[in-house]
Design a protein. Structure first.
Length: 173
């Protein structure tokens, strides 16, 4: 039986370089959780549909269950564990606390990383845009109003719901 093909790579995660040898089919999420014990990113659906595994790669949000680790060789990866600096919470983390933007907490790391990426991308200028651009992150507890408020607060977007269109209950608040 032939030996498994492994590829050497360097993943820079939360400011630290990790030299690894990995099989080409291993996802970034599995490397984070199973090989590096960074368990903040969650395995929700393992199909890129829930956003619980969202991390930042070069400042942009990705579903880590849908990318192979070897594709991220040499890139800067930030997980929920790497957002705080010198014991101080990232502004988005603080906004989630201030706006009661979580219940069970399972989706929270992915929601926060997605919000940081959304702010980095600079595309959301309105509450409706925040709602749309965060729609890839599912919260089964229904904490969407708090999540929306937290993201808007961190992004400096007025969260006045007056004048918004949409039918309540059809999309995340």
């Amino acid at each position: 039986m032939p030996a498994l093909e492994r590829h050497p790579l360097t993943l820079r995660i939360n400011g630290n370089d990790h030299q690894l040898e990995l099989e080409p089919w291993v996802t970034l999420l599995d490397v984070l959780r199973e090989r590096l014990q960074l368990t903040g990113s969650k395995k929700g659906c393992d199909h890129g549909q829930c956003g619980a595994c969202t991390v930042l790669v070069d400042g942009r949000r990705i579903n880590s269950c849908m990318t192979l680790a070897v594709m991220q060789n040499g890139r800067e990866i930030t997980t929920i564990e790497g957002l705080s600096e010198d014991g101080k919470l990232h502004p988005v983390q603080q906004a989630f606390i201030d706006n009661d933007a979580f219940q069970c907490g399972y989706c929270t790391p992915g929601q926060i990383c997605s919000a940081v990426g959304l702010i980095n991308e600079g595309q959301a200028k309105t509450v409706n845009q925040v709602r749309e651009l965060m729609s890839g992150n599912v919260c089964r507890c229904g904490a969407y109003p708090g999540i929306r408020k937290a993201v808007c607060a961190a992004a400096g977007i007025d969260d006045d719901k007056a004048g918004q269109t949409g039918v309540t209950g059809t999309v995340p608040a």
